[in-house]
Every structure is written in structure tokens, then in C-alpha cells.
Ligand binder design. Sequence first.
Ligand SMILES: C[S@@+](CC[C@H](N)C(=O)[O-])C[C@H]1O[C@@H](n2cnc3c(N)ncnc32)[C@H](O)[C@@H]1O
Length: 221
Amino acid sequence: MKMLNLKGRLSLCAEFVRKGSRLADIGTDHGYLPIALCQSGTIPCALACDINPLPLESARKNIAEYGLSDRIQIRLSDGLQEVGADEIDDVVIAGMGGELIASILGECPWVRDPSKNLILQPMTRHDVLTAWLCENGFCIEEQGAVFDAGKVYTVMRVQYDGVRRDCGIYEANIGRLSPDSEAGAGFLNKCLNKLKKQEKGDPTLAPIINKMEELLYDKHP
Ligand SMILES: C[S@@+](CC[C@H](N)C(=O)[O-])C[C@H]1O[C@@H](n2cnc3c(N)ncnc32)[C@H](O)[C@@H]1O
């Protein structure tokens, strides 16, 4: 059987999935993530979920092609609505906007179980998602960045601990990212450039931009 090797964005998501966990991949589309994780032996089984029937059909075909129909179940589900807490341990929500990811989490009470491991990969507005997580008692345990096809993305691993954290614009942009890696610095630079554009209409962003520049370029005033 041919092996499916993930790269870039989905590979970093896969790194944060716990070995032996039962996974729900929300917005699975092609189903590549659960296929690769089952093939590598990282997980025993998975639910590949999507809100739309067409992507689910594509997942179904790929899962069958890789001979994994007995281990990966496909399910039509808006977010986590059709997924039971007792069915899974880890959740991946990748390739959606940060606001949509926050709303999917907000609609599912059992994601507040501290034993659940949530792997989130926002395509846009990671700052909105980070602020929502902080305000709602979720802890970002790990966060990384990765280059993929000329773009840079962030992935976070999150668990609920019930502690509400203060989160301003600076914290929402940085999260747990570090500029020590090339991809981390690349992602933070992208955030910085976005803030600089916004600063033209909102001069109050200047101190936040200075703080980010200090972090990135080790500038000491
Ligand atoms: C860009 S694809 C991402 C596919 C894959 N997760 C990845 O990161 O490569 C987004 C997928 O999310 C699905 N989707 C959008 N909103 C959703 C929701 N509320 N619940 C479940 N799936 C959703 C779409 O149908 C689409 O297949």
C-alpha cells in the first residue's frame, strides 16, 4: 500500500496529535490527515467530518483507496455537533478562519473537558481565535509555525484548564509563538506588517508594534 506523507501545514497539525488517540478531523475535506495518521500508526481510528457532502465523498474515496475504510469513519457534521465526547480524544480543526474555529468550539460544551487535546490551524484571524481561547479558559500548550507553498501558517495545541487569561492585541498576535525558528519569525513578521498597515488608521497601535519589533529584532530601548 502506498504511503501518504504529509508536509507543511498538515504535517505540523499531525505532530500535535497524541499517539494512540481517537481523532476527529473537523472539516476533513480530502481526509489526508486521518489517513496519514492511521498509516503511520499514530492513531488507531478516526472520524473524518465535514459539513459538506462533496468533500466527504472525496474523503471517502481517498480513505478507501488507502484501505482504511474500517478505521476511518466519515460523518456529515456541522463542526462538532454530530461528534460525541465519548468517541474521541483529540480534535483537529484545520484550514478554516479563526472566527469559525472559535464558533465551532463555542458550540460544543465537551471541548471544555481538560482531557481533550485540540489542534487548531486558523488560515486567517489567528488573533481573534487566540483572544477567544484566552477569554474562555483554554490554555495554548504549544504553538508552532510552518512554511508551506510559499506561505507561513501557525498551528496551536490547546487544552481547557478553566483559567481566564488577559489577552490584548499583542498577546493575541504572539500567542505562544517564538521568533527563534525561521517559520516563527516569518509568521510574527507577517503579523507585524499587518499591524503596521492598521496603524495608519489607528495610531494607538504604535506601542504594540514597538513591543513586537523588540521581540523580533531584539531591540532594547
Ligand atoms: C479548506 S478545507 C480544509 C481541509 C483540511 N482540513 C485542510 O486543512 O487541508 C475546509 C473544509 O472545512 C469544511 N467546513 C467548513 N465549515 C465547516 C463546519 N462548520 N463544520 C465542518 N466542516 C466545515 C469545508 O466543507 C471544507 O471541506
